[in-house]
Design a protein around this ligand. Structure first.
Ligand SMILES: Nc1ncnc2c1ncn2[C@@H]1O[C@H](COP(=O)(O)OP(=O)(O)OP(=O)(O)O)[C@@H](O)[C@H]1O
Ligand SMILES: [Mg+2]
Length: 321
């Protein structure tokens, strides 16, 4: 650990997927193996009690980073180091997913869904203490202890996300990885869940890695923001600094395309179409075909990450020096 303030240090993380067709097809069609670089050379730090947001378009590698950090995937290269938790044991990261319907077992009662981690980790020594803990967790997330007898389908999307949060908190984690936790919800419900997550962060001293494709959502959650494009971090800075003075052209475009109800089709046009495929990334800077500032060097050389004016990092030939 570089500093005792850090909860998580991720260093030059890379994850490559083998997406080749089966061996026999490859032999018949004389095709080579194909590799997809979902995450490349990603470096960031999350400080204790803070929230770092990862932002970027669909397919840029956000969920892959989340899965690497929570141990669901092995890194191809690079390091993921958690600080010890306050009890000295290795810090445990819990994940909250986008779709609470898919992550809650529909055949289990809510009480059992939340109690499972408590049992698995042996966190309470009697059934009564366990029920009490489940009731407390339901109250913490704004539900009623009576809800423990009901099934997930009896709840609305927002309430189901509250159940997922209660379950994630059941194992008493200090670190939460939230992968688009509100993207499937109505706007008004989104705000309620975001407020709940902020409140929990303050009250329980949690550290968040918060993933979203929407800069507007992370503005009020995140202390720092890392913007990803095609597997790489292109800019990272304090939230206020990033909004006040974005330096990567992609960040600027993302800021301009914060969803606008009045003209919902505006963003695609501004962005210059879909992002390229990570299977066949453009040479040089991967963003150059869509970049309004692209010069010759951008199609030749990949920009290195360097210190950003006003703090943080930026990877762009054209960003201010
Ligand atoms: N298990 C896998 N096998 C092969 N390719 C994968 C796998 N998981 C992800 N990918 C590819 O890696 C890239 C990044 O995917 P990822 O799910 O991390 O993106 P994302 O930023 O979370 O996108 P979204 O906003 O749509 O959730 C995509 O091109 C995806 O197709
Ligand atoms: Mg994702």
């Amino acid at each position: 650990m570089r500093s005792s303030q850090n909860a998580l240090e991720v260093d030059q993380l890379t994850r490559v997927f083998d997406v080749s067709t089966p061996w026999l097809n490859r032999m018949i069609e004389r095709k080579p193996k194909r590799y997809l670089h979902a995450v490349q050379d990603v470096t960031f730090i999350v400080q204790k009690g803070k929230c770092l947001a990862l932002v970027g378009e669909s397919g840029c590698g956000k969920s892959t980073v989340a899965r690497l950090v929570t141990g669901l995937y092995e890194p191809t290269e690079g390091a993921i180091v958690f600080a010890p938790a306050s009890d000295g044991k290795p810090m445990e990261a819990q994940m909250i997913f986008q779709d609470p319907h898919a992550s809650l077992n529909p055949r289990w009662r809510v009480g059992d869904i939340i109690a499972e981690p408590i049992r698995e980790f042996g966190l309470r020594d009697s059934p009564a203490a366990e029920s009490e803990r489940v009731a407390d967790l339901l109250k913490i997330v704004g539900l009623s202890p009576d809800d423990s007898r009901r099934y997930p389908h009896e709840f609305s999307g927002g309430q189901r996300q509250r159940i997922s949060i209660a379950r994630a908190l059941a194992s008493e984690p200090e670190f939460l990885v939230c992968d688009e936790p509100t993207s499937a919800l109505d706007v008004s419900v989104q705000a309620q869940i975001l407020n709940l997550m902020r409140k929990l962060q303050d009250e329980l001293g949690l550290t968040y890695l918060f993933i979203s494709h929407n800069l507007a959502v992370v503005r009020h959650m995140a202390d720092r923001i890392a913007v990803m494009y095609l597997g790489r971090i292109v800019e990272e800075a304090d939230t206020e600094a990033l909004f006040a003075n974005p330096q990567h052209p992609y960040t600027k475009l993302l800021l301009q395309t914060i969803p606008d109800v009045a003209s919902p089709n505006r963003d695609r046009a501004l962005m210059g179409g879909e992002p390229p495929s990570p299977l066949d990334p453009p040479k040089g800077c991967a963003f150059h075909p869509r970049c309004p500032l692209a010069a010759d060097i951008c199609s030749r050389d990949a920009p290195k990450s360097r210190e950003r004016q006003g703090g943080g990092v930026v990877a762009c030939h054209m960003a201010p020096l």
